[in-house]
Design a protein around this ligand. Structure first.
Ligand SMILES: [Zn+2]
Length: 209
């Protein structure tokens, strides 16, 4: 008899600052909330990641006089995009979007809490120096397959999905459950390509059984 495969849904950064009206609104970001609400019941575990910064986080352009918003600069040896202040711990912007069915979420994983390093992935900071504990959690739950959706395609979804495969989980990204920032015109198509090239399956939510 085949063992039932255990599946987790990762909801990436479905927070107020990333939808319209937020400090770092992803175009059409709010549209993915309905997809998340619909899909949750189809998974054994639902895990939400939350970007969670101290108010003086070094990814903020405001911390670097002379650095312009959305410009790339070097932070502790890593290329860093200069973001507007967003997802500051304890603020409305850092909270999950109201329309999201939070009763369906089993675990929350916080990232970007260290002032000196950014964390796009829900698994590790951008330098792969510290784990958030997500790999441990998924292994403890005996998860075989990880499905990823959320905000934004070209940052936190991309890096979370890449880390998920690297950690050995069969990984699928739900494309209509994602929206991208697209600072450069080709950032979003490039992100999809990078996922495919790394063995990540891309499906639409209607294909998830
Ligand atoms: Zn952030």
């Amino acid at each position: 008899m085949n063992k039932k495969r255990i599946r987790a849904l990762l909801l990436i950064d479905l927070q107020n600052d990333f939808v319209d009206g937020g400090a770092l609104a992803v175009p059409q970001g709010r549209e993915v909330i309905a997809v998340a609400n619909r899909l949750m019941k189809q998974f054994d575990f639902v895990i939400a990641t939350l970007d969670s910064h101290p108010s003086d986080h070094k990814s903020f352009a405001s911390q670097h006089p002379g650095v312009k918003l959305y410009e790339t600069f070097e932070l502790d040896g890593l290329p860093q995009t200069a973001w507007p202040e967003h997802c500051i711990q304890g603020t409305f912007g850092a909270a999950l979007v109201d329309e999201l069915d939070q009763s369906g979420i089993h675990f929350r994983v916080y990232k970007g809490t260290d002032r000196f390093i950014d964390s796009y992935s829900g698994f590790y900071d951008n330098g792969h120096r510290k784990s958030t504990g997500l790999t441990r959690l998924l292994r403890d739950l005996q998860v075989d397959e990880v499905f990823v959706m959320g905000l934004a395609t070209d940052y936190c979804v991309l890096y979370s999905a890449l880390d998920s495969v690297r950690e050995g989980f069969q990984t699928t990204v739900i494309t209509d459950g994602c929206r991208g920032v697209g600072i450069h015109a080709d950032d979003i198509p490039k992100a999809w390509n990078r996922m495919s090239e790394n063995g990540i399956a891309l499906v639409i939510s209607g294909q998830v059984e």
